[in-house]
Design a protein around this ligand. Structure first.
Ligand code: NAP
Length: 240
């Protein structure tokens, strides 16, 4: 039996792509998945169906009041929250001299601010029910210099720092770790910039959502002795 059997785990941005792969993998592990989505309702319903009729939560994560309302609903349920996977994010490409204040704010509102407030709300529930596991999805953009994604990279470096700070603050009952994916393309597989990064990946190929889900499951199953870590799942892209 999997250590995740019957455990309740919320995945943000679970309707599509990497989040969907994480949700499906958690369901296969026997976890009780909670599917969050922002705008992709039809896809969220499909994922929830594939996860055995999982509960669905809609929230615009830019809004802390919507985050709090979502966790209030989760906390009102009978099952204790064991895990949070902070997966939802925005990605944008812009020349650095053209990035506006609103570009900066919209990236950070979801990638960093929402990750913090989701973790805070999750931790409140976990503290009252014996502990838990938080996994933040960062990015290799936190560690590599991507000149057309400076605001995204800064937000993801923030996620790595957030992971370490929260790990210390929430120990010993809650572990906080992070997975930093390399190139994981879906519909953008043919994009020349993606193909260039895939060619620069020592593994000789881009990664898959399932490979990111493997790493997330590792942290969700690990004891609380594994905390504050950022695991780069990037086919060696970050090696120099
Ligand atoms: N794909 C890659 O190559 C790659 C590489 C490195 C890191 N990552 C990281 O891995 C994670 C998943 O990547 P991905 O490419 O699968 O992500 P994605 O498709 O860009 O975004 C995942 C989901 O985030 C949700 N989201 C965005 N803004 C939101 C908001 N304001 N409120 C609520 N939900 C919001 C969206 O949900 P809805 O569709 O429901 O609106 C979206 O489906 C992200 O943290 C990303 O930064 C990905």
């Amino acid at each position: 039996m999997s250590e995740l059997e019957g455990r309740t785990v919320l995945v943000t941005g679970a309707a599509r792509r990497i989040g969907r792969a994480i949700a499906l993998r958690l369901h296969a592990e026997g976890a009780r998945v909670l599917v969050h989505y922002g705008t992709s309702e039809a896809e969220a319903r499909e994922v929830a169906g594939q996860c055995g009729g999982a509960p669905i939560y809609q929230a615009n994560l830019e809004r802390v009041d919507e985050i709090r309302a979502m966790f209030a609903r989760i906390g009102a349920g009978r099952q204790p929250l064991y895990g949070l996977v902070n997966n939802a994010a925005r990605f944008a490409r812009a020349p650095v001299l053209e990035i506006t204040e609103s570009d900066w704010d919209s990236i950070h509102a979801v990638n960093l601010k929402a990750a913090f407030f989701c973790a805070q709300e999750a931790a409140r529930l976990m503290q009252s029910s014996g502990g838990g596991r938080i996994v933040n999805i960062s990015s290799m953009g936190a560690f590599l210099a991507w000149p057309e994604h400076v605001h995204y990279c800064a937000s993801k470096a923030g996620v790595a720092a957030l992971t370490r700070g929260l790990a210390k603050a929430l120990a010993p009952r809650i572990s906080v770790n992070s997975v930093a994916p390399g190139v994981i393309p879906f519909e953008e597989r043919e994009d020349p910039a993606i193909q260039k990064m895939a060619r620069a990946t020592p593994a000789g190929r881009p990664g898959t959502g399932e490979e990111i889900a493997d790493a997330v499951v590792f942290f969700l199953k690990a004891s609380t002795f594994v905390t504050g870590q950022v695991l780069q799942v990037d086919g060696g892209l970050g090696l120099r």
